[in-house]
Design a protein. Sequence first.
Length: 332
Amino acid sequence: MSSSTQTGESHVGRESIIALIRRDHKKIESLLEKCAPTSSTVSVAEKTQFVALLIKELSIHIAVKERVFYPVLPSVFPDGNELYQKILEDDQVLKERMLEVEKLDVNDAKFGMRFNLLRECVLKSKGIEEKNLLPKLETALNESAKFDMGANYEKARHSAPTHPHPYAPNKGAFGTFAQVMTAPFDSLRDSAHGMNKPDIRAKEDLINKQVAGECPSKSMQAGGECSSKSMQAGGECSSKSMQAGECSSKSMQAGECFSNSMPAGDCASKSMQAGECSSSKSMQAGECSSSKSMQGGECPKTMSQLEWANRPQLSQQQQQPQQQEWVGKKVA
């Protein structure tokens, strides 16, 4: 087995640090939109929850980068030491902005101004990383190093603080020690403020799915539901608008009766709402074209061409009374 194949297999189920940082950026951007003072799509209560989630994600993101990402900068960039120190200073300002927003109620007159300052700092930091740091790190590190750093990045998230601590050490062993010590207290604080409640967890899970590309439809996101790609491929109904028998997946487009909300014997496609059953492939040769009212409420079974050719034939005199009887029922 080649070394490249072995390397590829060793990375199965793992992500590089480049991918993880970019995913964090998308998640934070999504939260910034929901927390914006001008946003009218969420209620005050929901905005309060989204602000709490934003502070949590930013705190974890910064802490993990301080432990895993920033220390490699001196070995990647010629001016890595100066860059490292400058980024730590910028993050210090960012933490102070986070603390200011965290202390305010979303209805406070100062919230809009403080939030905009925070947003400006976040987007500035993101721009530097996306345009400068990550591309150079992508070329400077080999695949194994990127995936190993990704594994350390994920591991560090579990022991990272979920609130800003601008006055704590942020570099080296003292910085790591400060994070490990403050994280349990932050966890207790989150529990006391209801951050583990199901509704907040659901919002967090929804954002994670949106970032991962599993919630492509805005109409589905608004209902709090998510139709994953695996569900779309299987033709399953997943949105609220499709739960009343409006599902038209490929597996159901052949004229199958499937909706509980429709009368028994009716076929569910729009072209068959009058009780007709004539669209399945096996019925296109004329074997099945009669309506529910003619068949006692059931879609007739299909017939082979041989059975159709050998079906009992009625004389014209025998057909006349039956046709008159059916017409009378239909008019009635």
